[in-house]
Design a binder for this molecule. Sequence first.
Ligand SMILES: C[S@@+](CC[C@H](N)C(=O)[O-])C[C@H]1O[C@@H](n2cnc3c(N)ncnc32)[C@H](O)[C@@H]1O
Length: 293
Amino acid sequence: MPAGRDNHSMLAYRHAFHAGNHADVLKHTVLTQVLRHMAQKDKPYTLIDTHAGAGGYSLASPEAQKKGEFEHGILRLWDRTDLPPAVADYMDLVRAFNPEGGLGRYPGSPEFARQLLRPQDALRLFELHPADVQSLAAHHADRPRTEVHREDGFSGLRAQLPPPSRRGVVLIDPAYELKADYGLVVATVREALQRFAECVILVWYPQVTRLEAAQLPKRLKGLAQGPTVKGWLHARLTVQPLDNQGFGLAGSGMFVINPPWTLHAAMKASLPYLAKTLAQVPDAGFVLEQHAP
Ligand SMILES: C[S@@+](CC[C@H](N)C(=O)[O-])C[C@H]1O[C@@H](n2cnc3c(N)ncnc32)[C@H](O)[C@@H]1O
């Protein structure tokens, strides 16, 4: 796998400012569907989260309140009674993280894992920020078969593949603050597939005016062509035009390699609803495409 980052100088990004925004809604709806599908077989699997974040976020914190991104994401869905099944499933997990009733906290990807993994499944969390690593270690101390690594997730993935049970899911969710992240994602996915072609790989990427971001899905499609790979699925949710960047992220995408066969139908029923409900301008929209050899 490519040489990742071994210093902490690039840790300006804090997910606490963005937790529960439209990008998290898309990412965690897809993650929920994938983990549900994995649990249909008794055989254990390993989930590797290469950029885990803090695991959970208070929506009352100064960071979350600063731009109120969650207000245009999870909050718009919170009281709805007409959620499509996959979004309702995801919402149940967000509710379980808020046992007091109101929307006070938003779960990060490790918390979705915590709720959906069975005791026989293994969890590997990679994170570089010291405070986040501490919070992950504290919250996951009681979960069996769990390791928290304060290590670069791009290169740390190498030692995890193939997993002992030969069933595995990888979530690659970097901040993309650096242009280099796009290349690192491609190189990491390429090597992951060489090591373990059956791996289910989920890549999140931002929709921003950057050539590398526009090219990323195309480059991932190229990697997911081999005879041993069972296709890909690409879901993108756009809530405002790309040239409106002053007002935040235009949208984001999830690219899934070796997707569960049920994912397309689940997202087909969810994306029009999400585009309509989370739209910040009239011409919001989505893309859903897949290749199943
Ligand atoms: C977008 S956030 C992750 C959010 C999380 N996956 C979720 O869905 O809740 C990206 C995280 O990656 C961490 N990070 C940055 N560079 C990293 C690296 N090379 N390896 C592992 N983590 C890194 C950042 O500190 C940040 O917490």
